[in-house]
Ligand binder design. Sequence first.
Ligand code: MG
Length: 255
Amino acid sequence: MSVATYNFAAALARYAERTGHPFCRPAVVLFDMDGILYDSMPGHAQAWKKMCDTAGIDCTPEEFFAYEGRTGADTIDILIRRQFGRPATDAEKHDLYQVKSRNFKTMGLPPMMTGAPRAVAAAEALAPCVIVTGSGQLSILDRLDTDYPGAFPAERRVTAFDVTYGKPDPEPYLKGMAKVGARPEQSIAIDNAPLGVEAAVRSGAFTIGVTTGPLPDGALEGAGADIVVPSMDACADILAAFGRLGHDSEAGRLD
Ligand code: MG
């Protein structure tokens, strides 16, 4: 499928309109992790559902795709308020998150996302790559060097341990840009969650939304993504098109 299918030229024009300046040559590509590099969201959703069943909280696995990007404590607060009509205590936030994390670990390591290695290779041809994740799940972070060798060295990672606010605040993506001294208009961000896309858009990065989970139609467009694609393979095509910017006379003819 050609990138023209996704109207790359129109996306660049919208980006220029919303930010007030055109996109420059990429100086960094910022990758979310869960649901982008790893097909880990179904496991997270099941781990949350199992924790809720244990704690007497009604929920559906699907709702956790909408919460993705929030901290665990925030998600637990939402669940407790809805079920019991009061805020979660600090002890509940801690203990219930421990239960959820244990549930996730027992499911084994999640598979790599189809197409993600191709997207990372296309990104590396453009600029340095940086991980920007709200996750602190060491079992996955420790696998990055093996699964994506050389792409995300330790000094180019923003994780749950590095941020104060977390997505949908732009802080994680801004910290990712700072890792390599890139300006927003030189930054491409890739995220699969509405809250992650919102964070990326607010940071000023050109934002690619990738629908890798069961989100309602239009969720990533609604969060402000500059372009939305249905897979990491399609994301790789968009990244390759960035590499051709400046070489073609007309951005609309990048296919
Ligand atoms: Mg994600």
